[in-house]
Design a protein. Structure first.
Length: 296
């Protein structure tokens, strides 16, 4: 390697305590979820308290309804994320081990599954309370990048979901036998910090664009516009980062070293993350076209 960066000496746990012989720890990943939910909640509350951001029908919901929706959104993230991982990435394994499906503490969550879970919660909650579904979806979409930025940063601290080997000067030497298993590399193996790429693209940049659209460009007045840009922005960012992100181990074989879930021949193909991002981009474009027709 011409140059590389050592992995920072940061523990995945902020602290741990022992109670009656049992260890309880607060991990960065759990804190990312908590902080993302709380910050997103405050952002949504701020938006519904500003009538000037909305069209003649007013804000999509009341502050009390925002608090009620919070529980259903959290439930959608957890159940959708877990079931998405089970169905999209390891269906055969969990079909043989169904008791492990609900063992979320063992790891294994899918963003695309979590998104579908939140979408289901949004639709169900909106129908029950007779709210504008697309406007509620805009609020959730505006809040989502905050959690993505924090979650991907926590993935980096956990030294998980790293990228493919690289000789770029910002390549990171992640610890662990799996991260250092690079057959074509002599010595220490540096990898793309793909978690930080995603934190920047899907989180910081996308979040800043959505907030700018809502507060400076009146995007909340056209239901579906914020959600549309979120779907397109996230889908495009995830699709791009997948080119340097290490593929899921269950898809990798000697004949398919890049881990393409859909092989197109001659070393070409799509990863599962790319496959799941394409319909997301399509849905976003449909929402943007609809919002353009009804924009004030």
């Amino acid at each position: 390697m011409i140059a590389s960066l050592p992995f920072p000496d940061v523990s995945p746990e902020l602290f741990s305590i022992s109670i009656f012989g049992m260890e309880f720890a607060l991990r960065w990943y759990a804190l990312a979820y908590i902080a993302g939910i709380l910050i997103g909640w405050r952002l949504v509350l701020n938006a519904v308290k500003r009538p000037a951001l909305w069209g003649p029908e007013g804000p999509a919901m009341t502050p009390k309804q925002v608090e009620d929706l919070l529980f259903w959104a959290i439930l959608g993230v957890i159940l959708g994320g877990r079931l998405g991982f089970v169905l999209f990435y390891q269906p055969a394994y969990y079909l043989s081990h169904p008791a492990q499906i609900l063992q979320v503490w063992q790891g294994g969550m899918s963003f695309h599954g979590g998104m579908l879970g939140v979408a289901a919660a949004c639709i169900g909650f909106s129908l029950r309370h007779k709210l504008r579904i697309l406007s509620v979806g805009d609020l959730l979409a505006m809040a989502a990048p905050i959690g993505l930025a924090l979650g991907r940063t926590a993935n980096f601290i956990n030294a998980e979901l790293w990228g493919r080997p690289t000789d770029l000067p910002w390549g990171v030497i992640f610890p662990g036998g799996a991260a250092q298993d690079c057959p074509d590399v002599v010595g220490l193996c540096a990898r793309h910090p793909s978690q930080l790429y995603e934190a920047l693209l899907e989180g910081v940049i996308l979040g800043a664009v959505l907030i700018w659209l809502a507060y400076r460009r009146g995007a909340l007045k056209a239901p579906g516009r914020i959600a549309g840009w979120f779907f397109v922005g996230y889908g495009a960012a995830r699709f791009a980062v997948e080119f340097v992100r290490q593929a899921d181990a269950q898809f990798m074989t000697p004949e398919n070293p890049l881990g393409h879930a859909l092989q197109l021949g001659a070393g070409l193909g799509l990863t599962m993350g790319q496959i799941l991002s394409l319909p997301m981009i399509a849905a976003g474009l449909i929402l943007l076209l609809r919002a353009k027709r009804i924009a004030p």
